[in-house]
Design a protein around this ligand. Structure first.
Ligand code: FCB
Length: 405
């Protein structure tokens, strides 16, 4: 029998831009308009329907829920903070607490206010002070309700997609800019971490638990060729652990939040930097099942990564893991296999304190639009009707009993 600890955090998550709808002060909204990309529009209308969604989470026995605050609703114009925007998120948190669901709040999940991006976004050194001012406003008001904070969601994805691959706003392709953004995000996290702790201390509130949500991938060499093995080693070091190493050195983490989805089959055709950093096998060697976006399903990768995290000697929370698919049996297979691998790692001494599935409801998957279905709950985008999937019920039984059958 596979049994998880009693006080394990079980639940799912969303992010503001992907579910709320009509975030018209956000830079992603502007980008959709400028590029003619699929519009997020009403998204899931979660901004109005959140109570309904939390009722469903409760009925599925979730005891934790991660969501994000849309910075552009809090500070639609530089320095002008919206009490109304804040009030909404207080209501959201109270709605979770009324259902005995522990909130985990993300302060930055890929999107920025338009004014922020117009003044060079995260490339600008001032971004750090700007982010801190927003954090101060939000966290001082929410401290009394919230214990778990994620400052920044997946900085490495934000940087690689926005500043190296150039597929997300601001569509830059510049290592120099990427480096500036990384430096600013590292500093922003460290300072936000200290600020949040200071606010709790000052208000005599028991210590918070603060982290980032780090996207990690299983980098698997396609063949035993030295180039491939070296490339996989480098990617692990840079991509998976670069950010974490820096934050650990500054003692700016209370737990490790990781988002895990898939593996990358590493094939470096030559010793050049971009081949080592980005070369992938295109021949579908070592075929495995895939999600509807073509990402490999590779649960053992999560086990291997969790063991690697042991070196930090910090508790881990799986802040995201999930699959987009129209085959709900495959969703359950995915969930089951990943939970099993987490448990295996726990048996090997890794301290895992929670598992949050991405996502509670189907939602707007960034540049991929509404087609990918990641939700435990199906959304009908014509009627906004919610329908609980069978995999969600099965996961709900695990949440209730802590037992994976
Ligand atoms: C992660 C993001 C999340 C969602 C999932 C599928 O990288 O944090 O917003 O898009 O992928």
């Amino acid at each position: 029998m596979i049994k998880f600890p009693r006080n394990f955090l079980w639940g799912a998550e969303t992010s503001s831009y992907q579910v709320e709808g009509n975030n018209s002060n956000s830079d992603w909204w502007q980008w959709e308009k400028d590029t003619g990309k699929e519009n997020s529009g009403n998204a899931c209308r979660h901004y109005e329907l959140y109570s309904q969604d939390f009722d469903l989470a409760k009925s599925l026995n979730h005891n934790a829920h991660r969501f994000s605050i849309e910075w552009s609703r809090i500070e639609p114009e530089e320095g002008k903070f919206s009490q109304e925007g804040l009030k909404h998120y207080i209501e959201v948190i109270l709605a979770l607490k009324a259902r005995n669901i522990e909130p985990m709040v993300t302060l930055h999940h890929f999107t920025n206010p338009i004014w922020f991006s117009k003044s060079e976004g995260w490339e600008n050194r001032k971004s750090v002070a700007r982010f801190l001012r927003y954090c101060e406003f939000v966290t001082s008001a929410l401290a009394k309700y919230v214990r778990y904070w994620i400052t920044i969601n997946e900085p490495t994805i934000y940087i690689s997609h926005g500043y190296i691959l150039g597929v997300w706003p601001p569509q830059a392709r510049s290592l120099l800019k990427a480096k500036a953004v990384e430096d600013n995000m590292v500093l922003a996290h460290i300072q936000a971490y200290r600020l949040i702790h200071k606010i709790y201390k000052r208000s005599d509130i028991p210590e918070p638990s603060v982290s980032i949500a780090q996207n990690v991938m299983a980098f698997v060499p396609c063949t035993r060729d030295l180039k491939n093995r070296f490339a996989a080693y480098l990617r692990d070091k840079w991509y998976n652990f670069g950010f974490l190493d820096k934050l650990m050195r500054h003692k700016a983490m209370d737990f490790i939040g990781i988002n895990y989805y898939s593996r990358q089959l590493v094939e470096a055709p030559n010793w050049g930097l971009s081949s080592l950093a980005m070369g992938v096998c295109k021949n579908d060697h070592h075929l495995v099942k895939k999600n509807s976006l073509g990402w490999d399903i590779y649960p053992e990768g999560l086990y291997e990564l969790l063991l690697k995290l042991k070196k930090y000697a910090f508790p881990v929370i799986i802040t995201e893991n999930g699959i987009c698919t129209l085959d709900d049996d495959l969703r359950w297979e995915y969930l089951y296999a990943h939970l099993k691998n987490i448990h295996l790692a726990m048996e090997k001494g890794v301290v895992v304190e929670g598992y949050l599935y991405w996502s509670l409801i189907d939602n707007f998957e960034w540049d991929k639009g509404f087609a990918p279905r990641f939700g435990l709950i199906d959304i009908d985008y014509n009627t906004y009707q919610r329908t609980v999937r069978e995999s969600a019920r099965r996961f709900g039984r695990v949440c209730k009993t802590g037992v994976l059958e």
